[in-house]
Design a protein around this ligand. Sequence first.
Ligand SMILES: C[S@@+](CC[C@H](N)C(=O)[O-])C[C@H]1O[C@@H](n2cnc3c(N)ncnc32)[C@H](O)[C@@H]1O
Length: 237
Amino acid sequence: MNGSASSLNGMEGRAAFVRAHTALEPVPMVADIRLYTASEVVPIWRATEDWLSERGLGVPFWCVPWAGGQALARFILEHPEIVRGRRVLDFGTGSGLIAIAAAKAGAAEVRAVDVDPLAVAACALNAAANDVVVDVVCDDIVDGDPKVDVVLAGDVWYELTASARFARWLRAISQRGTLVLTGDPGRHYVPSHARELAVYEVPTSTELESSRSRSSRVLEILPLPPSDDDDPRAAGD
Ligand SMILES: C[S@@+](CC[C@H](N)C(=O)[O-])C[C@H]1O[C@@H](n2cnc3c(N)ncnc32)[C@H](O)[C@@H]1O
């Protein structure tokens, strides 16, 4: 483990790490929300890479708001009726941006899940900084029944095997009548069977996206028609 990551094994150490390596900054697309944000991702990556790889994790996703997440958070704040009074899950929460937007928009309950313990620490800090209540959980709940009314998933379509898993699960949830929305800036494995609800031009860091902005869509994930096989792109066929 790298020196600066030596205290990452407890919740308090992880929270201290997040605070030490980031600053509270407004989110470009939703300036009412402020997040503990890194000015550069690579130094945090270096500081945590051994710790992350021991846990099968790759990138410190929690330290910036991703383009797909920003689009979805903006959409939720522009259409609060989607979550108002409802139970909401933010799947792959990272910084917690979408969970915070849902709470601000009047959701009855908001749960945020991520497999990265540092994301959980960051999300808890960010929820407190924005004065909202979010139930933050570190778990892989894919294939389970989330028991919510709305599932939101920001920018999770960047890896083939994981995307196929997420797509199957989210489609099954949609099939049961739960609203499932995702925000996506054109990642390779986004499911094609989806309904476009909005498009935003989201400012991005060139360190992460090789571009100053990304056109990012908000999509409703739809169940596949019974006759279709699974989405070929997400299934990796
Ligand atoms: C690119 S980040 C997006 C974060 C946030 N939604 C946003 O848009 O800013 C993807 C997140 O998904 C999380 N993730 C990956 N696999 C997951 C799984 N099986 N269950 C929950 N979270 C997962 C990662 O740890 C990461 O925080």
